[in-house]
Structures are given as C-alpha cells and as structure tokens.
Write a protein that binds this ligand. Structure first.
Ligand SMILES: [Zn+2]
Ligand SMILES: [Zn+2]
Length: 229
C-alpha cells in the first residue's frame, strides 16, 4: 500500500450551496482520519453563485472567483497550522448545458481568472480550454441518473469510486474506465454529514496542484474505496 492518502473530491460550506461543513472543520476531520491532504473541489457552476447574487446581483467573474475560493482559502489557512497536511485547489466544473460534473486538477487562482465565460460554453470547448491551461479533467460519477458519460478522448479519466451516492453506479464507471484504459480516481464527494470514504494513496506527497495533477496523469496511485467496491 502506498503511504499517503489524499481526498480528491470535497465540498465546503463556504463555496458550495450543498456543502454542510466549514472548510477548516473538514481539514481537522480529514487529518484525524489519517488523510495527508485534500483537493477542495467546490462546485464551479451558476448554482454556486446564487448565494453571492443575493448581496451582489451582478457579480463580475473576478468576484465570482473570489467567492468560489472562500472554502479553499479557509481550508488552506487551517492546513497551514500543521506540517503533515496539505490542501490543493481544485474544482468540480459543471456547464449550463447539462448536469455533468468534471473534477479539475492542476488549477490555480490565475487559471481560474482566465475561465471567464466557461460555464456558458459548450462542454467540449470549455474542457479544451481547461486542458489548454495544463489541467487534468476527470469526469465525476458519469453514470448518475442526470449525467451523460462523455465520449472517449475528451476527459483524461473518470471517477470510478464516488462515495457520495449509490446512484453513482461505480461498478459501471469502473467497467467503462477499464474498457478504454482511462485514468481512474476515487473520491468521497464529501459534503459534510457523512464520513469521508474515498481518495487516492500516493508514494510521495505532491507539493502543489501541479504535482498532484502529474500524479493523476501518471496513474501512479492506488484507490481508497469501501469494501463492496
Ligand atoms: Zn454538491
Ligand atoms: Zn461533488
């Protein structure tokens, strides 16, 4: 078994409408459970900005990014207190077009600022833009009821273990990924209220988002799943 456990799919109360646990609390919880790090993957789609629009009806993209980063920044501040836990910026991107979700690895604040207008783009075009910024794209839970699996060649891989909902049909996602030899990830899709149950085991802790993306692209990791998987 590889040494370090990293969450790849986690939402915060600050930046995801459906998130129920403040980011700092989540950091403490994950650390207490033996995780060494976590990707904060708040929802990057228009639903996220509804709360912001109550106080700011016409936010600029910069203001939206600032709102989106709240959970990540809070997690980062908490993680700075420990020398054995790291927080990485990620996103779970959804376009207006449909209810598909895409986990993004290798993100930065600068890259996010370059994504103005992405949510309204055609998914294929938007994902091309994300990939052109050296990010890895993993389709999250592609076999949930409201999702449509993306045709091969668009994403780098698929999430084969999603710990949030049995409707994710992880068994089918796994078969699909194996058929095309895709990168396969595992994530809790943590929203608070339940115990984290997914993630990846790595040999060396990535120092930053770019190194985590490189690990994902190299397939040099193992999956944490529940026993039934
Ligand atoms: Zn959610
Ligand atoms: Zn999610």
């Amino acid at each position: 078994m590889k040494k370090y456990l990293i969450e790849t799919h986690c939402h915060t109360d600050e930046s995801s409408n459906c998130g129920k646990m403040p980011a700092a609390e989540a950091v403490r919880l994950y650390r207490s459970l033996g995780y060494s790090g976590m990707l904060i993957s708040d929802h990057l789609h228009n639903y996220t900005f509804r709360t912001l629009k109550k106080s700011n009806p016409n936010p600029t993209w910069e203001e939206k990014v600032e709102y989106f980063l709240k959970g990540y920044k809070s997690a980062l501040n908490e993680a700075k207190k420990y020398d054995d836990f790291k927080v990485y910026l990620g996103a779970e991107l959804r376009f207006d077009k449909n209810d598909n979700d895409y986990l993004i690895f290798g993100l930065s604040e600068e890259k996010l600022l370059k994504l103005n207008g992405i949510i309204e783009m055609r998914p294929e075009k938007g994902l091309e833009l994300v990939k052109s910024l050296d990010c890895a794209v993993i389709q999250a839970h592609p076999f949930r009821d409201d999702c449509v699996v993306m045709k091969p060649g668009i994403c780098h891989g698929v999430e084969v273990y999603n710990g949030h909902s049995t409707e994710s049909r992880n068994d089918i996602a796994l078969e699909w990924a194996q058929k095309f030899d895709f990168i396969m990830t595992s994530g809790s899709d943590f929203h608070g209220g339940t115990e984290p149950n997914g993630g990846i085991y790595v040999d060396v802790m990535p120092k930053n988002e770019d190194e985590l993306r490189d690990i994902i692209l190299s397939k040099n990791f193992e999956l944490k799943t529940n026993e039934e998987f």
